[in-house]
Design a binder for this molecule. Structure first.
Ligand code: MG
Length: 225
């Protein structure tokens, strides 16, 4: 019985991988670099995009994943950035993550050709999004100091399945028990060598480095192609 269950999960992940490759082919054809942007609810994913998405110097769009509603998409659309909302409550059983098939279902609504960069803001969750590739070039995860310094040890896959960790809300460090050095050491344990930016979307601290990291991505892929 156990073995059957494992096989079903493996098949589902294989199917996801096939669709992710099809997405990737479409992204490549359109010449758009894609970032899968993940983190817990309230970590500041949307706020971090609001700060920089209109000032990257490259043509950027957002695919906004939520269980329901369009609060985040509305915030970003007000910056005159192309935004498409994907709701997992509509036809996808209210899933807690985006998978390749959900992203594929949104592609007809997205004009990929004019874009250099597409940021896919995943559903807020520290577990499931890490397991599903959607055809992205890079993965970024946001952790905030209010979540606690233990998170890399408790959710190692999420901290491992990314090219960049953004530590947000550092303006709150005087008010919370969060040891940055301990967090960085734990992060290094689960993902040796991964880059970590320390930022505050609220005060703007670190936004220049964050903006530059995103703005460099399209060029970086062209170099590696
Ligand atoms: Mg959000």
């Amino acid at each position: 019985m156990h073995r059957v269950k494992v096989k079903v999960v493996e098949d589902a992940l294989d199917a996801n991988e096939t669709i992710a490759r099809a997405n990737r082919d479409d992204f490549d054809r359109a010449g758009v670099t894609v970032v899968n942007f993940m983190g817990a609810p309230g970590a500041g994913k949307t706020a971090l995009l609001e700060r920089v998405i209109g000032e990257l110097g490259v043509s950027a769009g957002v695919l906004e994943g939520d269980v329901q509603g369009s609060l985040d998409a509305d915030r970003l659309a007000s910056l005159h950035v192309p935004v498409v909302q994907l709701q997992t409550s509509q036809g996808f059983g209210g899933e807690c993550h985006l998978d390749a098939n959900m992203v594929r279902s949104a592609l007809p609504s997205l004009q990929l050709d004019p874009l250099d960069l597409l940021v896919i803001e995943n559903v807020g969750n520290l577990v499931c999004p890490a397991e599903f590739r959607v055809g992205e070039d890079a993965r970024v995860m946001v952790s905030s100091v209010t979540e606690g310094e233990d998170k890399p040890l408790k959710y190692p896959l999420m901290f491992r399945a990314c090219e960049l960790v953004v530590l947000n809300k550092i303006d709150l460090l005087p008010y919370v028990d969060f040891d940055v050095e301990k967090f960085l050491a734990r992060l290094e344990t689960v993902h040796p060598g991964v880059a970590c930016l320390q930022v505050s979307a609220r005060t703007g601290e670190g936004m220049e480095a964050w903006r530059e990291w995103l703005a460099r991505l399209p060029g970086r892929r062209m170099v590696s192609a």
